[in-house]
Design a protein around this ligand. Structure first.
Ligand SMILES: *[C@@H]1O[C@H](CO)[C@@H](O)[C@H](O)[C@H]1NC(C)=O
Ligand SMILES: *[C@@H]1O[C@H](CO)[C@@H](O)[C@H](O)[C@H]1NC(C)=O
Ligand SMILES: *[C@@H]1O[C@H](CO)[C@@H](O)[C@H](O)[C@H]1NC(C)=O
Length: 309
């Protein structure tokens, strides 16, 4: 009787959550304008917590004779290993099975086309439902991104892997993604930024180990819609030119940039050239003397922030 009552309550809660929360949740995630600093405590995380608490708590109570509760299963499956995408799907709603037979959408939270796997001790990228557009796996222990991890994820727009242990990303692991716009790999140990598709609007590789050879030549040139490039706290020793005209923010603080050319941002042959969009350049925390290249800023709406000593 207690068990049935508990199940009923759980059912109602789940129903309630799935009818009330997802639109708000997905909407917040999509409208979430990225500012590179305080997104870590975004609204959507609070919502995830609420959902987890609401739906899982009742199962905690006496169900000893039954199959493991959701929460127990989650504990068991925390260190899942990757399997090739597409093998062993267990039905549309729960997404592909992980190797332990745990559908990704039980381990993670799938809402609409977003998959949230924050803080579940992942060691690798789990197989994702093909229709995933937004993938969040922050605060895990992922060490590497394999070429196969996102293969054929043709709708994927946003990948957020903030605070993992990623040191390697296979080249071509991301370049083939036709819809990818946002890559956030803040706070990892990446030494080499892989090739990215021209559809990118936001790249955040701050707090990594990118050095002088960590960024490919002309890496950002073809990204005609790139708005935000955040490379703070690395060991980069040059400004990665050419930068697309669309760029609004370039954050390079706390790196090792020592000089720039007068044509790094502007076009010295065309004084009518104005780079209106680029209004936020951060070079503080670099051993560069911005006073040495006064002509370098004539086309900009604002002088870069950094040492003018
Ligand atoms: C669950 O069962 C245990 C052992 O049978 C009992 O001690 C405990 O009070 C029960 N808890 C609830 C919430 O019913
Ligand atoms: C992914 O990378 C890890 C670490 O290098 C490796 O052990 C694993 O076999 C790879 N998985 C696949 C599916 O390639
Ligand atoms: C910075 O550059 C300006 C202009 O060339 C120069 O006058 C100044 O001495 C430089 N400062 C340092 C510390 O090199």
């Amino acid at each position: 009787m207690m068990v049935m009552l508990a199940k009923l309550v759980v059912g109602l809660l789940v129903l309630n959550v799935s009818s009330a929360s997802p639109p708000r949740y997905v909407r917040q995630a999509e409208l979430d304008t990225y500012d590179g600093n305080n997104y870590e405590n975004g609204d959507y995380e609070v919502t995830v917590d609420e959902i987890e608490t609401d739906t899982l708590d009742p199962l905690d109570e006496n169900e000893t004779g039954h199959t493991a509760s959701l929460e127990e299963e989650e504990e068991e499956a925390v260190a899942i290993k990757p399997i090739p995408p597409g093998s062993g799907g267990s039905g549309v709603s729960m997404g592909p099975d992980t190797q332990k037979g745990m559908p990704t959408c039980l381990l993670c939270i799938c809402l609409g086309s977003s998959v949230y796997c924050d803080d579940v001790k992942l060691e690798s990228v789990p197989p994702l439902p093909k229709e995933t557009t937004h993938f969040y796996a922050r605060y895990n222990k992922i060490t590497k991104i394999n070429k196969s991890d996102f293969a054929q994820m043709n709708k994927l727009k946003r990948i957020d892997l903030t605070s993992n242990d990623i040191s390697r990303i296979d080249d071509n692991a991301l370049f083939g993604l036709p819809a990818l716009e946002e890559l956030i790999i803040r706070v990892n140990r990446v030494t080499f930024l892989p090739a990215l598709p021209p559809t990118m609007t936001l790249i955040d590789a701050s707090h990594n180990r990118l050095g002088s050879s960590g960024i490919q030549k002309e890496a950002f040139k073809d990204m005609a819609g790139l708005l935000y490039l955040y490379l703070t706290d690395n060991n980069i020793d040059y400004i990665p030119v050419p930068l697309p005209d669309s760029l609004r923010s370039l954050h390079l603080q706390n790196n090792n940039v020592q000089m720039m050319h007068e044509d790094t941002f502007c076009n010295l042959k065309d004084f009518n050239y104005i780079r209106n969009a680029l209004e936020d350049i951060r070079l503080d925390g670099n051993p560069i003397n911005l006073s040495k290249t006064p002509q370098a800023y004539v086309c900009l709406p604002r002088i870069p922030i950094g040492a003018l000593f």
